[in-house]
Design a protein around this ligand. Structure first.
Ligand SMILES: Nc1nc2c(ncn2[C@@H]2O[C@H](COP(=O)(O)OP(=O)(O)OP(=O)(O)O)[C@@H](O)[C@H]2O)c(=O)[nH]1
Ligand SMILES: [Mg+2]
Length: 261
């Protein structure tokens, strides 16, 4: 089901407003799927308005270092990049240094923290601040309003709700940016995700569910996962919908160790 255009316009207007209020933008992306979670609306607006933007490759704890270095070198052609893990407190010094280099040092510096829902915007702010000042949750859409957080005497961060563009719920769910329980067709989305994971890193399926992924048929893989988890409906058949939601939640929560460019 397509996002309502009116909703999209509202999101775009949030991005525009934050951009005009800020001297610098932190675009937080999910380091597992950086190119899918880079937000073209945010990046294009920043370019149009000549605002400095730093790409924060968050969730670096979920991906190998060589993969991070590769994605960093690709994105660096356009924007400065910092490898970061809010969970492991990795990259904090580098990010503060980048901020200080790029921010207009005269007076107050306001930094807009933007990105898709659930990429870890609020967690990045908490890591920079060194304590929990912004609410976080595995549930996409946690942050609803904007919140100004003081980092030091001159630097302020603005936590924001996730910025989405005109996209299908299904595509947002693959990015971890849509609540699986709110999907109309969770099985279809889980099949798409499994297909991608099996193509990119099949061992992630073995590691998470202890089953052999079926390279030809994601439905067989989903059935085997459901069977392994003992998700049954009356008559003994596999409860595919429940299995699909479980897979999507496991993906959101970082339990499935897959990643791709
Ligand atoms: N593994 C891992 N998980 C992270 C990291 N940063 C955030 N998360 C998790 O990702 C989920 C979303 O984090 P939030 O900080 O709430 O993300 P957000 O972008 O503010 O989300 P919204 O407010 O919903 O747009 C939570 O379950 C976090 O624990 C990280 O560095 N590593
Ligand atoms: Mg948030």
């Amino acid at each position: 089901m397509l996002e309502k255009p009116r909703e999209w316009l509202r999101e775009k207007s949030i991005a525009k407003r934050i951009l005009s209020e800020s001297n610098l933008i932190l675009e937080v992306v999910d380091g597992r799927i950086p190119f899918e979670t880079r937000n073209s609306v945010v990046e294009n607006l920043a370019k149009e308005r000549n605002k400095s933007l730093i790409v924060v490759l968050n969730k670096a704890d979920l991906v190998p270092r060589d993969f991070l270095e590769k994605e960093k070198s690709l994105i660096e052609r356009e924007f400065p990049v910092v490898i970061f893990s809010a969970h492991k407190k990795m990259g904090i010094k580098d990010l503060i240094q980048e901020i200080k280099e790029l921010a207009n040092k005269k007076g107050i510096v306001k930094i807009g923290v933007l990105g898709y829902p659930n990429v870890g915007k609020s967690s990045v702010i908490n890591a920079l601040k060194g304590k929990k000042v912004a609410t976080t949750s595995p549930k996409p859409g946690m942050t609803t309003g904007e919140k100004l957080i003081k980092l030091d005497e001159n630097i302020f961060l603005i936590d924001t709700p996730g910025i989405i563009t005109l996209e299908y719920q299904e595509d947002l769910a693959l990015k971890g940016s849509w609540i699986p329980d709110k999907l109309q067709l969770p099985v279809e989305v889980a099949l798409k995700l499994l297909e991608k994971i099996v193509q990119e890193r099949p061992e992630a399926i073995r590691e998470t569910y202890r089953i052999e992924p079926n390279v030809e048929d994601p439905l067989r893989t989903l059935e085997d996962i459901g069977r392994r988890l003992n998700y049954k409906i009356s008559g003994g058949e596999v409860d595919l919908e429940r299995a699909a939601k479980k897979v999507l939640w496991d993906w959101i929560k970082g339990f499935i160790k897959a990643y791709w460019i």
